[in-house]
Design a protein around this ligand. Sequence first.
Ligand code: NAP
Ligand code: SF4
Length: 672
Amino acid sequence: MTNYPHLLAPLDLGFVTLRNRTLMGSMHTGLEERGDWAAVAEFYARRARGGVGLIVTGGMAPNPEGGVFPGAAGLYTDEDIANHRRVTDRVHAEGGLIAMQILNAGRYAYGPNCVAPSAIKSPISPFKPTALDEDGIEKQIADYATAAERAKAAGYDGVEIMGSEGYLINQFLVTHTNRREDRWGGSYENRMRFPIEVVKRVRAVVGDEFVIIYRISMIDLIPNGSTWEEVVQLAKEIEAAGATILNTGIGWHEARVPTIATSVPRAAFVDVTKRMMGEVSIPVITSNRINHPQVAEDVLADGCADMVSMARPFLADPDFVAKAQAGQADRIAPCIACNQACLDHTFSGKLTSCLVNPQACHETDLTYVDTTSPKRVAVVGAGPAGAMAAIVAQQRGHQVTLYDKSDMIGGQLNMAKQVPGKEEFFGLVDWFKTQIGIHDVDLRLGVNVTAEMLADFDEVIIATGVVPRDPVIRGQDTHPHVVSYIDILNRKEIAGPRVVVIGAGGIGFDISEYLVTEASPTLDVSAWKEEWGITDPIQDRGGLSPNGPHPEPPARSVTLLQRKAEKPGKRLGKTTGWIHRTALAMKGVKMMGGVTYDEITPEGLRITKAEKEVLLPADTIVMCAGQLSERSLADALQVQGTPYQIIGGADVAAELDAKRAIDQGARVAATI
Ligand code: NAP
Ligand code: SF4
């Protein structure tokens, strides 16, 4: 008997049966644009081997103007068909099924040739779209059908028509972006015409026995979004037009509400999909922040959906389903929803990967091959860099001893997990613990390692991490409550209601969040929705409260400072920085750049800002002024003449984050 009877039950679609209820949601990998089709095929084949029920590819443009950016992958030519055929063949050989997503970005396309129902620029693109005329609309519909026909010729089992997230189809549906007065605009019947025609025309060319998933925007999360009645009406029409499955999209890209970040509660939006159950007779898929088989099982058991879409969790662990099936859920590398190596990379034009799984999208170039000459390896430091290095080296057949001076593994991750909204980091530390155990790494905690202890190992890897930088501000010893971020996260008592935070990097932001938050809204879906002004779409158009966000009052008054004159938080994650900045602003945190720290006095911190001296009264001052590499052991090895490799924060402290640490640990261990 499986632990996940709903999740692992097959789904009969009439002409084909899915082996379970998991859908690997569409993700852009960046591999297609590099023309590396062997790598694309391996990426998807790896996920098919891991047992996923149905894979959906990254969005493929039906024509150049609809590509998310110039040169975005599509399916325009016979050569494209041959390339895609390599992918479908490999997936089928692994026993999987795969559908190709057709994505026309409309006004979100990052190029001057973009098109839309009306010439209204989006807030997230510099390009004003050209309004389509009647012939232009006909061309767009025909291009969807042609793309679907080519997808079928390339061996796909189906297509997903991307109708959510604010892309072209969505742009037709709401008056926010559709101001037309012809048969494609005005009444809802007219605005719905475009998606219905697309589905009808696609069905007409692909025949009956081909999966058509339609991804509907269940909740737009933008002003003047669809009403719930409109969403249901559209869903029924889409079913009638020939869709096989209805998938859930949550929020437009321009929405000012987080929908997939770490701080979004798990399964936060499944109630919206649940409302759709019974309105249509085709299977309905739910989505967003579902990253564990138990969460997926509960969602299905609760009748919220017929299937669960997970995207990033399959980057983190291609064997998600196989491990769930084998009763080994604790071995699944958890997607912590950080976006750091996936979406942040995508939006920076870099290859997608995964913070917890550096092999994602590197299946062909980062391989963990069994060693032919096992070595005795010492890894010092069991933070993310050291733990990953130890696990990969041991997995390859080396004999690894992993040391840490602390009595627990995880290093800085143990601090990150204390921050409200970063609870997923608990799972990451647990996963490292499990991996160390199953690979039988010799773990020695609470050990102060000396250079002499390392003299006899064949390989030494130093991952001793970082120490906080002392900003050396005049008078810092005169104030009774100058503390470091480590003191705060180790739950040292915080004196008084007024706090000044020195340093507005990732940790300064995290600490500020910690200081203003009483109870983490991430652990309470209703509180979180209230905080961001999300309501039931049955009540408010687009699911946005007319009263806006309504966070809990801040637990303290916080001022966050940096010396650089730029906007604080500018260098945070590309796709998550705005969430951190908005969350703190909603809590009244004052953020100031361009300051000079003059002196700390018993009353607070004296700064100069725009040539004016100001005293910031403070009961507590928190130092978050970055890190320095902890290299004392490395230096001692140097003196002793013992060769070593150095990774993580001990190597480079600036811009240190878990993504680089884990990646470096894996790569070093893959080559020893
Ligand atoms: P950081 O991002 O490098 O920020 C250090 C801060 O200290 C900056 O605001 C810097 O700004 C200030 N600073 C540097 N030298 C100083 C000095 N001598 N005196 C006073 N202020 C000084 O480092 P961090 O905040 O410690 O974070 C470490 C890393 O962890 C980050 O780079 C990040 O990658 C990762 N992290 C990421 C997140 C995330 O949200 N993704 C969250 C937490 C941590 P000025 O020089 O302008 O004053
Ligand atoms: Fe998940 Fe972060 Fe990996 Fe992206 S990078 S898949 S969000 S763990």
